[in-house]
Design a protein around this ligand. Structure first.
Ligand code: ATP
Ligand code: MG
Length: 337
């Protein structure tokens, strides 16, 4: 883990993502707020469909305007407002500003182009490198992310790489332009445990070397515990708990997080890429209503939880927020440490 610097690299205030569908408006992300600092690794955890990927895509303005609507009171990167950036500014944002490691490397690498040409193309277009300089740097990058024999492998096509190597290639592409912020959406899903550990180690070493900030989406709370400095838990488009990593694991402060932690797979259980089971289903994103969104699945819910939505409010720790009436100071739930 690293020490974060003082001015936020990324400032997010009430960021939302909506999709206008024939049946109505779907809220994928609902007014989330947080900061990311250089050298910090922020984890984003939550069940499938909770809005993790859409939040990440929105941060880099990667949701096309004809598909989804991104709204925010503030979304700034290095002090610059992202939502009002023009095409040229967005290009600078995405190369040297933000590097993106997508959820599925196979669908994000072009199968018709060699791994090397995809990385050099990005270097040439974002950093203005000559063909020769880009080719040299591409080989260096492949070596940096642990691709064996990079001089030969640079001319391979994605299908010639194993899953772990493709993920490494994605990371090489994401760090090619030395971004200040790396957004990694499930970078180790579908990889075996040993490769997963190597990829995470690689990510941590990149942060230590470059001072980049990272947001990592993961289904795996063990991953979050190991490498993150701070964790945001998402549920039904909202942040429901946000805390420094130790506070989250030692003093989780709302029942959804309790459920996630209770159901961390034990060592003798097969590893899965989905979050462990919490009974019931998340609410309909077309109609979240005005109650606590977790109340229908919460065994501690009281009528108050249906009457109104709890705010994301301070708990005892530094920068520890939770969205639960039961664990507010006037609530009925004791947070065990
Ligand atoms: N193009 C789209 N059109 C309409 N709704 C969408 C679209 N993409 C995503 N959604 C919806 O947005 C919500 C959030 O999806 P998102 O992909 O961010 O979830 P996630 O937390 O990343 O899940 P997972 O863990 O499965 O990757 C879901 O309700 C999803 O169905
Ligand atoms: Mg996702």
């Amino acid at each position: 883990m690293t020490t974060a610097s003082s001015a936020p690299l990324l400032k997010v205030r009430n960021l939302s993502v909506y999709f206008r569908l024939e049946e109505g408006v779907l809220t994928a992300v609902d007014r989330i707020s947080f900061d990311v600092f250089g050298g910090q690794i922020l984890g984003l955890v939550g069940e499938s469909g909770s809005g993790k990927s859409m939040s990440m895509l929105a941060l880099a303005r990667l949701i096309p305007q004809d598909i989804g609507i991104i709204a925010a009171d503030e979304l700034s990167f290095d002090g610059e407002p992202v939502l009002s950036m023009n095409t040229r500014q967005l290009k600078a944002l995405r190369g040297p500003g933000i590097g993106f490691i997508f959820q599925n490397p196979l669908s994000s690498l072009n199968p018709l182009l060699t791994i090397g040409s995809q990385i050099s193309e990005s270097l040439r277009s974002h950093m203005g490198l000559s063909r020769k300089a880009a080719a040299t740097r591409t080989i260096d990058l492949l070596a940096r992310v642990g691709i064996p024999d990079p001089k030969q492998r640079v001319d391979d096509y994605p299908h010639q790489f194993s899953g772990g190597m493709r993920q490494r290639a994605m990371i090489a592409m994401a760090i090619a332009c030395e971004p200040k912020l790396i957004l990694a959406d499930e970078p180790t899903t579908a990889l075996d445990v040993t490769i997963q550990a190597q990829i995470l180690e690689l990510l941590v070493s990149i942060v230590e070397e470059t001072g980049a900030g990272v947001i990592i989406v993961t289904h795996d709370l063990g991953v979050a515990a190991n490498i993150c400095d701070h964790v945001n838990v998402m549920y039904a488009g909202q942040i429901v708990e946000s805390a420094p990593v130790d506070d989250l694991f030692y003093r989780p402060s709302m029942p959804y997080t309790w459920g996630l932690l209770d159901s961390i797979p034990r060592i003798d259980h097969a590893a899965t890429d989905v979050l462990p089971f919490i009974g019931g289903r998340p609410p309909d994103p077309m109609d979240f209503g005005s109650a606590c969104r977790f109340a229908p699945r919460c065994s501690y819910a009281r009528p108050a939880c249906i009457a109104r939505m709890p705010n994301l409010s301070d708990r005892d720790g530094v920068a520890h927020l939770a969205r639960c009436l039961g664990t507010e100071s006037s609530g009925w739930l004791e947070v065990q440490s």
